[in-house]
Design a binder for this molecule. Structure first.
Ligand SMILES: C[S@@+](CC[C@H](N)C(=O)[O-])C[C@H]1O[C@@H](n2cnc3c(N)ncnc32)[C@H](O)[C@@H]1O
Length: 418
């Protein structure tokens, strides 16, 4: 028997002696509840789960044992020391740590050490969960606010559902950019076939069913269809989807389908071997991105993978205030350091008053791992992309990650999510 099981056995013996049936039920619910939540918080915060579970199961013991809650934290701490010494296997430093957390657990508005705070949080959360209101974000209570932030990464993204939809600027920006540069309505070039080969690689050389989100004018989707995949391509912009449809019509029947729709909302009744989103991830808020990632997890088959281009913060922070011309358009970069977003303003040459701006959230791979928590996806691989040399204006199509404008993230279904 483990030492934690031995503590549980000692606690159970005490609780079985509680005379009132209702009080006995409450004692088990609360002590076991706090114990489990303490272990969960400990694992989130990098603390010792077993010590946290032990503190949780002992923290109110004196109240239940005596039926008297006077000075119960200090009394429960003393009782915990007796039990832990009696059970054996805990050293004095561990016993002291557990006793201190129990002794302070009622002082919810004071701040103690991380282990003491953990037990207080577990106590608060068990209470909220018992009353089925753990996710109510009570702005007035810092402790609950902190807890919600802690738990955010664990929660499946559907708890953040809300009404996700494309930001107002999206339609206008990509229409104007397409009009001034023609980039999304041109022919297929080597670059589109290179993307298709990344998909081939992630599928281990097999052909499969591929979903392309934010497909623009559909050139990458067409390249994928040319390589034998069955492709569903989705974009919000009707003008660009029109172009994608013309590419689909020129391909083998049924190989490529282009759908006009918002990827936050579109209903697709299929699953896919690969889901790609080339150039454009970060268009929404973090919650929007998490919502989309959770949808991608739903669309993916168990052995599937998602390929997503992600903008890096470092390149765009360096490129702040850079101006350049491209075809008939002018472009200026800026960076919002507080929100970690690249701001990319375009206007037709000589007409700065017609400027439109795209705003994309930038994520390092470490940031992306945090963003992915609870979405059902994990970051499996990072392939650095290219960069424009800000001195010479020359583009190099592959540079080290810490210089790259973006990287291609391979995301896989999280085998630990249910
Ligand atoms: C930077 S463009 C990239 C287009 C294409 N992937 C490419 O690389 O040529 C981003 C695209 O994402 C699309 N997009 C943005 N938000 C979207 C949404 N909520 N639903 C569907 N498409 C969206 C835009 O309309 C735009 O065509």
């Amino acid at each position: 028997m483990s030492r934690l099981e031995a503590v549980r056995e000692a606690v159970d013996t005490i609780l079985h002696r509680v005379a009132s049936e209702e009080e006995r039920r409450c004692s088990f619910v609360h002590l076991y509840g706090v114990s489990a939540i303490a272990a969960l918080l400990a694992s989130l915060r990098g603390q010792n789960e077993e010590l946290a579970a032990t503190a949780g199961i002992l923290h109110d013991l004196a109240t239940y044992e005596s039926g008297d809650s006077t000075d119960h934290a200090a009394r429960s701490a003393r009782r915990a020391v007796e039990i832990l010494r009696g059970v054996g296997g805990y050293d004095e430093q561990e016993i002291g740590q557990i006793a201190s957390a129990i002794e302070h657990h009622s002082e919810k508005s004071a701040e103690h050490g991380p282990f003491e705070e953990l037990l207080k949080d577990a106590d608060v959360l068990q209470h909220d969960l018992y009353h089925a209101r753990a996710l109510v974000r009570s702005a007035s209570m810092t402790r609950r606010g902190m807890l919600c932030r802690d738990l955010e990464g664990l929660l499946p993204a559907d708890v953040e559902r809300g009404a996700r939809h494309a930001a107002d600027w999206v339609q206008e920006f990509y229409s104007r950019q397409a009009e001034w540069t023609g980039i999304y309505e041109g022919e297929l070039d080597a670059f589109h076939y290179e993307r298709a080969m990344w998909v081939d690689a992630v599928l281990g050389g097999r052909t499969g069913c591929v979903l392309e989100l934010g497909c623009g004018g559909g050139q990458t989707a067409a390249a994928l269809a040319d390589r034998g995949h069955h492709v569903v391509a989705v974009d919000l912009n009707p003008r660009l989807i029109e172009h994608a449809r013309s590419l689909a019509a020129a391909r083998e029947d049924g190989r490529m389908t282009a759908l006009a729709g918002d990827f936050y909302k579109i209903e697709l009744n299929e699953t896919f071997d690969a889901v790609c989103y080339f150039d454009g991830f970060g268009v929404g808020s973090d919650a929007d991105q998490r919502w989309l990632l959770a949808r991608i997890a739903q669309w993916l088959r168990p052995e599937g993978a998602a390929l997503v281009d992600v903008y890096t913060p470092w390149y765009w922070a360096n490129a702040h205030d850079q101006e350049m011309e491209w075809k008939d358009a002018c472009r200026r970069h800026a960076f919002d350091g507080d929100e970690c977003r690249m701001l990319d303003t375009w206007w037709p040459r000589g007409k700065p008053d017609e400027a439109v701006t795209q705003s994309l959230r930038c994520y390092s791979p470490a940031d992306l791992r945090l963003l992915l928590r609870g979405t059902g996806l994990v970051l499996a691989d990072v392939l650095p992309g290219g960069a424009v040399d800000l001195e010479t204006g020359e583009y190099c199509n592959q540079v080290p990650l810490d210089q790259a404008m973006s990287y291609l993230a391979t995301l896989r279904p999280d085998s630990n999510s249910g």
